[in-house]
Design a protein around this ligand. Structure first.
Ligand SMILES: *Cc1c(COP(=O)(O)O)cnc(C)c1O
Length: 231
């Protein structure tokens, strides 16, 4: 597959992540089927994704619409039952492509995007599973609605745009312990009656599961180090 053996690394990584998810669920007294592993394949080529599909993984995440469009169509026609999730920022002018390609969008964070998505959802007659991204650390450079604005934003999604929101997504600040951010996202989800929580990456998915994560977004621990830094 790959001269450097990264296909083997991928399978090894996937098995390790699956085992760690099972262990975290056991420790937390949670049903492991309630946690979806989203394998983040951004920057990785088709040849590196194939062995992970062959090992049974069916949910994948990408952070760019263009990259997903370039990479995934042949994989989607070759393998049944694959669900693609968009975990990166979405420009409103790519809403149509996103609704066509993705089973879930984790980065709903502004009303202009709600309007663009609502239009495409009405046109195409289907709606991806939607997560509202919450900027739990109130970081100025980061996407997401501020925690104090989340309740009103969720109301607007429902009442103004008629968009069904399934859950929340958060990316804790790099320099802070993630626990308080996971707890905050869980609290906002609970008080808004949302069932799903997209949180936890390679370094902290087990902790996120303890705080109620239903979707963990894991890249490096499955595929290895990314070739170059990706946002
Ligand atoms: C890249 C990325 C991940 C995966 O990060 P790893 O540390 O490689 O597991 C998860 N979520 C988002 C939004 C990402 O962009």
């Amino acid at each position: 597959m790959n001269v450097d053996g990264s296909a083997d690394t991928a399978n090894h990584g996937l098995a390790g992540v699956r085992a760690a998810i099972a262990a975290a669920c056991r420790d937390a007294g949670r049903d492991p089927t309630a946690v979806t592993l989203v394998a983040i394949s951004k920057t990785f080529a088709v040849a590196q994704i194939e062995p992970v599909i062959a090992a049974g993984q069916r949910v994948f995440g990408e952070n760019r619409v263009q990259e997903a469009k370039a990479k995934w169509p042949p994989l989607l026609s070759a393998h049944a039952g694959i669900a693609l999730h968009l975990v990166g920022p979405l420009q409103s002018n790519k809403a149509r492509e996103a609704v066509n390609l993705f089973a879930a969008i984790h980065s709903l964070d502004r009303q202009s995007l709600c309007a663009a998505l609502a239009k495409e959802v009405a046109r195409l007659g289907r709606c991806p599973q939607l997560f509202v991204e919450v900027n739990t650390g109130a970081e100025p450079q980061k996407a997401g609605v501020l925690p104090q604005a989340a309740d009103a934003f969720l109301r607007a999604c429902r009442d103004v745009y008629d968009l069904p929101v399934a859950g929340l997504m958060c990316i804790p600040p790099l320099a802070e312990p993630p626990a308080q951010h996971f707890a905050l996202a869980a609290k906002i989800a609970a008080r808004n009656g949302l069932k799903f929580l997209s949180m936890g990456m390679s370094a902290d998915f087990a902790l996120a599961i303890r705080f109620g994560a239903t979707h963990v977004r894991v890249g490096t621990a499955i595929f290895g180090q990314r070739p170059k830094a990706a946002p």
